[in-house]
Design a protein around this ligand. Structure first.
Ligand code: UN1
Length: 523
């Protein structure tokens, strides 16, 4: 027993099948490119449907290519999706849970069969490199399978209760709420919306999903998978459009029973506030981070540099788990920084579908503008030790490419040290000892992830005991604060990073989509 992660790249590498991995991915890129440029409909009540107008989506590395036209849905379109989901709820919620598990497991198998197709779609749409794109798909597959296994292992969370009186027998059952509005981010276009939607559906709820308008194609492809595996009509509805139309209708509509949201803090707060303003309803929000990594004088510096680099610059810092502050003991700062700067200079920036690329483009023009602005502020108030330029020549001219950037000498309470930036800018701060490191690390409104590098067990224990964050790692060179795996590292934010304190991919996630009913019979 025990949950098994999909772990595609790791498995190919173990079997010495790297070449096959690359060929599969490269073939999938051609296949995905051949299928771009169309008009992609919504998927409502088991049918494809068009709104009255559309918006265009372009790959962030080459805006001459058109990914497609997507539906600019109106509030009325959203209401149709919600009513389809409401209608489907009666049957879906009352069937044996084994049937829901069977359908969703089939969906996970189908995604696994098409994993390179999904990965190529993710790279083209989000600018994520091939390894991380495959990781995104793996995470989606894992989430569905893990949640199915949790339902099985817990018998749908039904529990026999105690006996207060001899003639009473009581049990507790967990029941779904109804229709969930699921609002996804651009940065994990498959894993995160799939995890939230699967959590809702496996527990008997139905879903209206709004993907990010930067990356709608990936979840459109997932809707196709759900159609292929014959998920009953209306259980999952896919609808594209703006936050101000689609998102706003979802949040204010009385027929939405719960909201699951992953994205920025500003939007998460606004949603949570509005959603419960008329009556109590569950809201699961996963928001930003300002994740610190501590490098102790007892660290293996090689591992610390690798872990920090991957965590800060993987997908251009556009992960809420990204490391954006590295807190280094002052006696090793010079040495650590010089290795880190050299490694940063060697990062290959480029077309994310190319094998050698580590860092693709930023997601869009806004992010590009933000990067420029923050670099300006960093130059004024601190010192940019490497990077800091946008890349515009040759192959870079058609997309939003920037250099990974490290900033030193900013005061601890400076806005770049406090605000989530979501671009590849890493701030360095020196600290005297672990006490100070933890104090600085916790000096943020956020509390999502954190890391430490130290060979000293006591330091690691002290870190785990005192750090305020939901997913924390010691000595993880594959990602100092990133790369939580489903069923292994439950992923949820503390403080301003999340509203429920229960991580996705963990043991307490699914119950959030259910409400308890105690059932007592007197004989
Ligand atoms: C996010 O960026 O929204 O731990 C979540 C990680 C991923 C999840 C990131 N599994 O990096």
């Amino acid at each position: 027993m025990g949950f098994k992660n999909e772990n595609t790249w790791y498995k190919y590498a173990q079997e010495k099948m790297e070449e096959e991995f690359h060929k599969n991915y490269d073939d999938a890129v051609s296949d995905v490119k051949d299928k771009l440029g169309k008009t992609f409909p919504n998927y409502i009540d088991g049918k494809y449907a068009e709104a009255t107008s559309t918006f265009q989506v372009f790959p962030p590395f080459d805006t001459r290519i058109r990914i497609g036209n997507f539906q600019k849905s109106s509030k009325e379109d959203v209401r149709q999706a919600i009513s389809a989901a409401k209608k489907a709820f009666a049957k879906w919620s009352s069937m044996e849970w084994q049937n829901r598990v069977r359908t969703l497991k089939a969906a996970a198998e189908r995604v696994a069969e098409k994993k390179f197709f999904f990965a190529a779609t993710i790279s083209i749409e989000s600018g994520k490199n091939r390894y991380e794109a495959v990781g995104d798909v793996d995470e989606a597959i894992d989430a569905i399978r893990f949640y199915c296994e949790e339902i099985e292992a817990n018998n749908d969370f039904e529990a026999k209760m105690g006996k207060a009186f001899p003639n009473e027998s009581a049990k507790s059952v967990m029941k779904p709420y109804g229709v969930w509005g699921v609002i996804g981010p651009f940065n994990f276009p498959l894993a995160i919306p799939v995890s939230m939607s699967a959590g809702a559906m496996i527990t008997g709820n139905t879903v209206v999903l709004k993907p990010s308008s930067d990356t709608p194609l990936t979840m459109y492809r997932f809707a196709e998978v759900l159609k292929d595996v014959e998920l009953p009509a209306g259980v999952f509805n896919f609808i594209t459009g703006s936050g101000s139309e689609v998102g706003a209708e979802m949040v204010s509509n009385d027929d939405i029973a719960g909201i699951a949201f992953t994205g920025s803090r500003a939007v998460g707060y606004a949603i949570a506030k509005e959603f419960v303003s008329r009556r109590p309803r569950p809201v699961i929000t996963e928001m930003g981070g300002k994740n610190p990594v501590i490098v102790s004088s007892k660290a293996d510096l090689g591992k610390a540099v690798e872990g920090t680099l991957k965590s800060a610059f993987g997908y251009g810092g556009q992960k809420c788990s990204a490391c954006s502050r590295v807190l280094v003991f002052e006696n090793i700062k010079k040495e650590f920084l010089s290795i880190l700067v050299n490694r940063t200079k060697s990062i290959k920036v480029g077309d994310p579908t190319k094998k050698e690329t580590f860092l693709g483009p930023l997601i869009n023009k806004d992010a590009y503008g933000k990067y420029r602005k923050f670099v300006g502020v960093a130059k004024r108030d601190g010192k940019v030790v490497v990077g800091g330029r946008t890349l515009t020549a040759g192959e870079y001219s058609k997309g939003y490419f920037v250099e990974p950037t490290i900033v030193d000498e900013l005061p601890e309470n400076h806005r770049l040290m406090q605000e989530e930036l979501f671009v590849p800018i890493l701030c360095v701060q020196s600290v005297k000892n672990l006490d100070e490191a933890i104090a600085v690390a916790n000096n943020t409104e956020y509390g999502l992830t954190a890391g430490i590098f130290s060979k000293d067990k006591n330091e690691i224990k002290y870190f785990f005991d005192n750090i305020e964050a939901g997913a924390v790692y010691a000595n993880r060179s594959i990602g100092a604060s990133t790369g939580a795996m489903v069923g292994v590292q439950p992923f949820g934010g503390w403080k301003a990073s999340g509203s429920t304190g229960k991580g996705a991919g963990g043991k307490h996630y699914l119950q959030q989509f259910m409400r308890e009913q105690s059932q007592t019979t007197v004989s």
